[in-house]
Design a binder for this molecule. Structure first.
Ligand code: PGA
Length: 237
């Protein structure tokens, strides 16, 4: 039976506040927390609230480690549509997070497999994640773990689903035609001590309906959260 805790939401702002409150609570209880935060449009409100709450409540982020969830292959933080640039803009810069606190995939690295190996070695030594904030893809993906990804995967380079390629255009002013991503694997995501998943808007309806059905089915990766022991779903869909 699913153990997901569904938190009721009034609107996107409320969703964002609730997600940020859970993240703040984690950092207050464990100042050295290792957390992984999804990029994308959905978490922007959460990041805004996190920055506000961190300042209002004088929460110390200086010992937190931020781990990358995913990145488009071929892009780094210099590209405005990259995952890294979202985190830089909405979270790391406003909170003055130091470079040494951030373990992020460089999607532009010449040795892209080396990026996976570095992340896998890091998580093998210091993991698992204490907290992972996840968006939900239109096709139900988690990070770039597309439908029918392997369960037992660590960080890897994956071919992007056509839906992800099409939806991904919203992040870029120029067409990039990106066909691959680098992502934490399902095993690394699902072994996080705590997971928070957020979704906003009608485009997530099918994935959220599958999640709420309560059965893990790799055809829609988000449904695997039904088997996690400490997962919150904060949805306005
Ligand atoms: P979004 O992306 O927050 O921009 O909708 C979510 C995802 O693809 O995981």
């Amino acid at each position: 039976m699913s153990k997901i805790t569904y938190l009721a939401t009034k609107d996107y702002q409320d969703l964002s506040q609730q997600a940020a409150s859970l993240i703040i609570a984690e950092i207050v209880s464990n100042p050295k927390a290792m957390i992984c935060l999804a990029a994308g449009d959905t978490p922007i409100g959460t990041f805004g609230e996190l920055v506000r709450m961190a300042k209002d409540q004088a929460v110390d982020f200086s010992l937190v480690t931020f781990v990358s969830l995913d990145e488009w292959v071929g892009l780094d933080g210099q590209n405005e549509g990259s995952c890294r640039s979202y985190l830089d803009k909405y979270l790391y810069k406003p909170l003055n997070i130091k470079a040494e606190q951030i373990k992020f995939f460089d999607g532009k690295a010449l040795d892209i497999m080396g990026e996976c190996e570095k992340m896998n070695a890091f998580l093998a030594e210091f993991g698992p994640l204490n907290l992972c904030l996840l968006g939900i893809g239109v096709n139900g993906h988690l990070g770039f773990n597309e439908p029918y990804s392997a369960f037992d995967q660590n960080a890897y380079v994956c071919d992007l689903d056509e839906i992800t390629q099409t939806v991904g255009n919203k992040y870029f002013k120029t067409a990039y035609n990106i066909k691959q991503g680098i992502t934490l694997g399902l095993q690394q995501i699902l072994s996080a001590d705590k997971i928070i998943t957020i979704a906003n808007g009608d485009s997530k309806q099918a994935a959220v309906t599958a999640l709420r059905a309560g059965v893990a089915d790799i055809a829609c990766p988000v449904t695997l959260l039904n088997e996690h022991q400490d997962c919150y779903a904060i949805l306005f869909v």
